[in-house]
Write a protein that binds this ligand. Sequence first.
Ligand code: NAG
Ligand code: NAG
Length: 393
Amino acid sequence: MFPAASLLTTLLLALSIAASPVEIRNSPITLPIARRLNTSGGTINLLQHDQSRAAALKNVGESTLSRRTGSITVTNDAVSYIAAVGVGSPATTYYLIVDTGSSNTWVGADTAYVKTSTSVDTGEAVAVDYGSGSFSGTEYTDTVTLGDGLTITAQSIGVADRSEGFTGVDGIIGIGPLDLTEGTLTKEPDTTIPTVTDNLYSQGIISETVVGVSFEPTTSESDANGELTSYTGDIAYTPLTTTYPASYYWGINESIAYGSTTILAETAGIVDTGTTLILIASICNRATEDDTTGLLRITTTQYDDLEDLNFVVGSNTYALTPNGQIWPRALNTYIGGSTDYIYLIVSSIGTPSGEGLDFINGYTFLERFYSVFDTTTSQVGFATTAYTDATTN
Ligand SMILES: *[C@@H]1O[C@H](CO)[C@@H](O)[C@H](O)[C@H]1NC(C)=O
Ligand SMILES: *[C@@H]1O[C@H](CO)[C@@H](O)[C@H](O)[C@H]1NC(C)=O
């Protein structure tokens, strides 16, 4: 399907139907997500990619003007996390980036939008600038099908007639907070657009506006989708941070310690499916920066000495094991690395701390900890999974 190296992984997005907002074990929806690395353009500099996303995310809402143009980033061509989503009836399948850092859902970047009897043109112009890409077009409502035939009717979706930076994907399924849609409708800038999560709730398909994200680590290039990675133990919740700009996203307060040494005092940052790495402001370390991948590189001796990286959220500590701190060695060449090295997936956010978005718990964190995004109670929850301590990398 994709010209680029396709890296299927058993990433699943689960939406709750349970009576309690915390119970997501029996999810009605599993939406397999594939991680795609585009190596055709030469080397992927993962760090550069993630740092530019971080910089653009920090720009949100800086002024009314940038808020209106939705100055948030999602992607470039290097790495993306995509799900197959049906639109229309009969449905056309679009491959959409699953993004917790933006909230508009739209199609048409690559595969052209196919109108069916369920397609309704609202006549509204829509535009979003993502920093490293953008789209503009017309807002439609249409039937959207997720996972195993779960159907949302009259979902508002953008239909791009122009887009930039989305080669090889069709658009985005935005599962960020509703407010991020403000300013994206040209004629009605104060109007928000109900997200897929909002409509699943208002149409009675889920009982709470809660999204659980469960990513299973993989080291194989074409892993078939496996079973739902459920969590073990309890989900512990923390309130969304009030600190700007992290407060625009799934933002939380957290401190980070390497072993018992605090490397980031409690501060605000975000949990983000669109960032591959774990980025931390003003990180100091003894690793070598690798010119090709941008990642920090360690020797096997240094790896043997690695301690846990502890994420302290409220009264809970989530320990990322040494194995969870490295890029899967079997995939080193996919990011332009060498099989001789060990690359760390923890890196610098590129800006000093104290700027209101001082860390990003990206995909490599989400692989090890089940995450719940709860709109109803304005909380983010984490739980351990069977993969938290797994030696997969
Ligand atoms: C891969 O990256 C190259 C160079 O950045 C770009 O030209 C190409 O369109 C990308 N392909 C896909 C499928 O994203
Ligand atoms: C998060 O940290 C900020 C800055 O220290 C503080 O003002 C806020 O009360 C904390 N908690 C939340 C939920 O934002």
